[in-house]
Design a protein around this ligand. Structure first.
Ligand code: FRU
Length: 497
């Protein structure tokens, strides 16, 4: 049965979403049908397609009571909108359907697991809230909330767990044990985050298993949007800590994201950490979630936005918020490697190739320009002598540019969007320490109208940021202090209608 709120949302997005022109949006990155989008939810493989849901407040471009928007794709590049999947229309989720996940069931149904936020006013006027985990079942378009929701409440928490910060379930099916597991974020008595592991035989009744890992006030405060999987033989936890303190060149995002690599004893459900690092070093990245593709690839998608700068929006836009390009994950030498899904290569057109270009003062290369592109740049010193700095400027016209610069002396790569269309004083630059390779550097740069994603040295680091530069700023320039040699391979990304 679809509620009045859901029907109203579906009608609203049809009318107002339909008015947004295709060229006012990203070409191949997910954006909301209309209004506001935050976290990716329910990234799953179901009946031959990938489904993705998103935190959605369709009625304006600010965060508000959360709905679940819905898109699907066969190849991570061409996406199709589907009608809103969930609305905050019951007592247990009256203040919002918060983040969660999805899984295809053996009986053919698609199951969503999400956080219901309930709010009520006490007699003295104070608003109280609690978060519970709920499920819904559907056919890939329409979903029915389970009549006995919620399936996890404060009563299921270990001692000291907060009922107000208990959210973002990530479910997966364990084929070997023929059961389901879910990790859920929680706040503990020390005021910082933990990741709880639950188990279920039937998706409706859940048992607490263990605390998989906890923050102990070391990495931010509350841990949001956990994910857990085995990749290339090692156990990986992803989570998005709120209120992180920077350490050296790591963890500058405030609301940051980390991956924790470790060992996992599946019988005892014991996880032990070996390494903690940032997932993305850009200005806009949060709340990533992964799906396992049928061919065994682990694919990650994130919200390409930071909470801190989410008030800085282009004038008059009817949508706000987008996802990153989905990325293939691998583990190499204990580190997470991320590269754009290989499906992107199918949409490359018009190869432009330059080899051994000598770069000193600023140059532009014929046909190396655009705002929807996939460009790889290899940089190296000339005759063994270090250049001091190498700078690429993209989305450039006489007034605007976005700068990516590298200083081999310090191995620091800098991203700067001070001149990229923002009208508020928001954070505009970030510096990233990259692996020192004697002045050599490989950058793959993916641009899609409103974003720049940089994959450093075959995915050793990712740097994702939004830009709102006018779309006719399409030039690209290269320059070096000193002399550098460069190869460039550039493709436009084109989606056939
Ligand atoms: C992360 C988050 C989640 C929550 C959702 C609400 O960005 O705060 O923890 O479920 O957003 O929209």
């Amino acid at each position: 049965m679809s509620s009045k709120s859901l029907q109203q949302a579906r009608k609203y997005e049809e009318i107002y979403g339909g008015k947004i022109l295709a060229e006012e949006r990203p070409l191949f990155h997910v954006s909301p049908k209309v209004g506001w989008l935050n976290d990716p939810n329910g990234f799953s493989w179901y009946q031959g397609e990938y489904h993705l849901f998103y935190q959605y407040h369709l009625f304006n471009t600010s965060w508000g009571p959360m709905y679940w928007g819905h898109v699907k794709t066969k190849d991570f590049i061409k996406w199709e909108w589907l009608p809103t999947a969930l609305a905050p229309d019951t007592e247990y989720d009256n203040a919002g359907c918060f983040s969660g996940s999805a899984v295809g069931l053996p009986d053919g149904r698609h199951m969503l697991m999400y956080t219901g936020v309930q709010e009520w006013q006490r007699e003295d006027g104070f608003t109280e809230s609690r978060q519970v985990q709920c499920v819904a079942f559907g056919d890939g378009v329409n979903y029915e909330k389970y009549e006995n929701n919620p399936v996890l409440t404060a009563a299921d928490l270990p001692e000291g767990g907060s009922a107000e910060d208990f959210r973002d379930p990530k479910i997966w099916r364990d084929e070997k044990e023929n059961c389901y597991y879910a990790v859920v974020g929680n706040r503990t008595a020390d005021e910082s985050g933990s990741i709880l592991l639950f188990r279920s035989e039937d998706t409706l009744h859940w048992d607490f298993v263990t605390v998989l890992d906890r923050c102990k006030n070391q990495y931010g405060k509350m841990w949001e949007c956990p994910d857990f999987f085995i990749l290339d033989g090692v156990a990986v936890i992803l989570t998005s800590p709120q209120e992180m303190r920077a350490r050296g060149m790591e963890f500058h995002n405030g609301n940051g994201t980390i991956y924790i690599v470790g060992d996992y004893n599946a019988e005892k459900h014991e996880f032990s950490r070996t390494e903690v690092r940032a997932i993305d070093y850009g200005l806009d990245f949060y709340a990533p979630q992964t799906v396992m593709a049928p061919d065994g690839r682990r694919i990650l998608i994130g919200w390409m936005q930071s909470w801190e700068s989410s008030h800085s929006q282009p004038h008059g836009s009817q949508w706000f918020g987008m996802m990153t390009i989905p990325r293939e994950l691998r583990i190499k030498n204990g580190r997470l490697i991320q590269n754009p899904v290989r499906e992107l290569e199918r949409y490359r057109s018009e190869q432009i190739l330059y080899r051994d270009v000598d770069v000193r003062e600023r140059i532009q290369l014929p046909q190396v320009c655009g705002r929807c592109l996939d460009m790889t740049v290899w940089i190296r010193p000339a005759g063994g002598r270090f250049y001091e700095k190498f700078t690429i400027k993209v989305a450039k016209d006489t007034e605007n540019y976005t700068a990516i610069s590298y200083k081999p002396g310090s191995s620091i790569l800098r991203f700067d969007r001070s001149n990229s269309g923002f009208r508020h004083d928001i954070i505009a630059s970030r510096e990233v320490l990259v692996r020192n390779q004697n002045g050599e550097l490989k950058l793959r740069i993916i641009m899609d109208r409103f974003s720049v994603e940089i994959f450093v040295n075959d995915g050793e680091q990712a740097i994702s940021s939004t830009i709102y530069t006018p779309q006719d700023a399409t030039s690209i320039s290269f320059e070096a202090n000193g002399i550098a040699i460069m190869d460039v391979e550039k493709y436009d990304i084109v989606l056939p209608q």
